[in-house]
Design a protein around this ligand. Sequence first.
Ligand SMILES: [Zn+2]
Ligand SMILES: [Zn+2]
Length: 237
Amino acid sequence: MTPFLKRLEDFIFPPLCIICDNYRTDNNNWFCPECLNYLLTNSKNRKSCPRCSQNSLFKDCTCEFAWDFPYESIRSFLDYDEKVQTIMYHIKYFNKRDLAFYIGSLFSLFIEESFWRSADYIIPVPLHWLRKFKRGYNQAEWFARGIICRRNKPALITSGLYRKRRTRTQVKLDKAKRRINVQGAFGITDNLKQMIKGKDVILVDDVITTGATTASCAETLLEGGCKKIRVLSLARD
Ligand SMILES: [Zn+2]
Ligand SMILES: [Zn+2]
């Protein structure tokens, strides 16, 4: 594009930060420098439990006596605050799978090499096919794609684990009801069972609240024969 056309485009569609609506610079497609700095600083400074990823500044971690997840640990990059809610809203409802990819690639830089050493596969939590059809993509998959974009291992698996039924939105449900809501909601193909037998899997979701959805997914994967599961999420509520 010629400089003139670029200036014209910026005039008609000014490059605004998706979080705060201030002008962003050309070198970031999504955020202004302040918001980008906010996200990176918050992620670095999270005082999070190494097992449940709960931020001790906001919520006491109870996992020492109440850990009842079928996976080993949760690792989240950010707290689910207003800024992250805005990002999630754009990713889910404004057709921005590239933003999910970008966020994954950005925060993957914070993951130390030892985290990946034993990991064989990375698997995003699947959407029900009808929801995926309506949205056009699974945001957790694009987040996972971003996370591994500079690596050739672990391999990404996007089929074989599926949602058997549509589940109610979990927003108004407490932890016990969420568990019931998603119990048995996932299925696994024989092909995937063979692939994951005895393997170490990283399960990826966008936001972890009570962990009910990832727990149900993990149960299905463990019944399918995989050895160990760790959860990676963009945000922790
Ligand atoms: Zn901003
Ligand atoms: Zn904890």
